[in-house]
Design a protein around this ligand. Structure first.
Ligand SMILES: [Ca+2]
Ligand SMILES: [Ca+2]
Length: 128
């Protein structure tokens, strides 16, 4: 656990860094894809993804159904990596909106979504 100061730019810059964000999404996908078949099933989303989300223990009921309804573009009942990436992009934007423009101090867990974004910001030299 560490503490960091972030604002919405921390998060959006991370999402916009294609290479970094792609590998982040890939890493998550591998963590959630328990049986390694390259697809995220309803059960995997409920069991593993819920755990990793910022809602903590307040995972909304039927979350995985809502996710599949919206992001399962080919309707096969599971998320492939492309579909999962749209989901993650949307989540990160939601996180950014939640933070807003003013910096906030957050506690970062090991698998926190924000942790990666913060590490990314620290690793990026200031552009000015
Ligand atoms: Ca799977
Ligand atoms: Ca699908």
């Amino acid at each position: 656990m560490s503490i960091a100061v972030v604002n919405s730019f921390t998060v959006t810059e991370f999402v916009n860094d294609k290479a970094k964000f792609d590998s982040f999404v890939k890493e998550w996908f591998a963590m959630i894809d328990e049986n390694g078949d390259g697809k995220l099933s309803c059960d995997e989303i409920r069991g593993r993804f819920g755990m990793l989300l910022p809602f903590g223990s307040e995972t909304p009921p039927q979350m995985e159904e809502e996710i599949l309804k919206r992001f399962d573009e080919d309707g096969n009942g599971a998320l492939d990596p492309t579909e999962f990436k749209s989901l993650m992009t949307e989540i990160m934007h939601a996180v950014a909106r939640g933070i807003g423009g003013s910096p906030i101090i957050v506690a970062l867990g090991k698998n926190s979504l924000l942790l990666k974004a913060v590490q990314h910001e620290l690793a990026t030299p200031p552009s000015s």
